[in-house]
Ligand binder design. Structure first.
Ligand SMILES: Nc1ncnc2c1ncn2[C@@H]1O[C@H](COP(=O)(O)OP(=O)(O)OP(=O)(O)O)[C@@H](O)[C@H]1O
Ligand SMILES: [Mg+2]
Length: 304
């Protein structure tokens, strides 16, 4: 049985809030406000979109949103997602509109101000994590290549450099905690340089990993949870690579080259991006952390 982080009042019923989401909401006053308003927001959407809510999904994958299966008035199933305010996730709704179900879940209803989405439900919804990593590589590469399309201006999407600049500022503000300043500074330099040297720019999912790819019926696999930015396709390889830490640490070259080859992107750019994130992306703890160890392994796998 799931352990929930907190229970809130929801029109006479108890509203369950997943553990990881509750913990993340404690980090900023804006997210605490969002969490405090969640019961009222859910009541409003339940009524406006004629929904009966099920119990929210609660697993390690749920960290930035309240997500639950729902039944619509006509009896069909869907999923309600309310995203907590956070920099990376600001344009999920606009991204789902742009991709329009190809190869993401479809957006059935949305409220941009509330960052609320009614989504096509993936059935059975098993995460791609259930498959061995080499098989995940093939599915994720196929989805990414379909996602990489160029939005025509005017569009709402931010450049990838906006996210890397945000990460640089966060990391620089914690300089006293770094365990390996030389490594972090090299990573920061690349986070600044790589967006400027992109050979081409497309709309990226930025968070496509095997936990955000679900088994479905309309297609074998659909992507959920995009965090769209416009930039270098090689960047989009990094989230899956970082989610395969054992393979990446033990044989960085083979792991990265195989995936880059499936994607048709430059393996050296994938390696540099993965190094930059592992070395310098913000994190809760910098001492003996898993990402720093990965950055060292990647740095030793070639000339960074
Ligand atoms: N359309 C869907 N169909 C079926 N299940 C879904 C759907 N969307 C989300 N889920 C379930 O809810 C979980 C959390 O959804 P999602 O990944 O969108 O939330 P998140 O908290 O933003 O994730 P992250 O922590 O990666 O930012 C998924 O792992 C999946 O189990
Ligand atoms: Mg997710």
């Amino acid at each position: 049985m799931s352990v929930f982080g907190c229970i809130r009042h929801h029109g006479g019923r108890a509203l369950k809030v997943p553990t990881q989401l509750a913990a993340n909401c404690g980090n900023t006053p804006e997210c605490m406000d969002w969490l405090n308003r969640l019961p009222a927001t859910l009541r409003e959407l339940e009524c406006r979109w004629s929904l009966s809510l099920g119990a929210p999904f609660d697993c390690d994958e749920v960290s930035c949103a309240w997500v639950a299966p729902v039944a619509r008035r006509d009896g069909t199933a869907a999923v309600l997602k309310l995203g907590m305010p956070h920099m990376e996730g600001a344009h999920e709704i606009q991204g789902l509109r742009f991709w329009n179900g190809d190869p993401t879940v479809r957006l059935l209803e949305a409220d941009d101000d509330l960052n609320a989405m009614l989504l096509e439900q993936c059935v059975p919804g098993t995460a791609l994590r259930a498959l061995p990593e080499p098989e995940q590589d093939i599915v994720i590469a196929g989805l990414l290549k379909r996602l990489w399309r160029s939005p025509s201006p005017p569009h709402p999407f931010r450049p990838l450099s906006a996210m890397t600049a945000y990460w640089r500022d966060e990391t620089l503000s914690r300089a006293e905690r770094w365990s390996d300043p030389g490594l972090v500074l090299e990573g920061l330099r690349m986070l600044e340089e790589l967006p400027r040297t992109a050979p081409t720019e497309v709309l990226l999912a930025t968070d496509l990993h095997a936990g955000n790819v679900l088994r479905a019926q309309r297609e074998p696999w659909l992507a959920i949870d995009p965090k769209p930015f416009v930039g270098d396709p090689a960047y989009d390889a990094t989230q899956h690579m970082l989610n395969c830490p054992e393979r990446l640490r033990s044989d960085p070259c083979t792991t990265i080259c195989r995936f880059a080859d499936l994607l048709g992107v430059d393996p050296e750019r994938v390696r540099l991006w993965t190094f930059a994130r592992a070395a310098a992306e913000p994190r809760d703890s910098w001492k003996g952390d898993r990402l720093t160890a990965l950055a060292r392994a990647i740095a030793h796998s070639g000339v960074v």
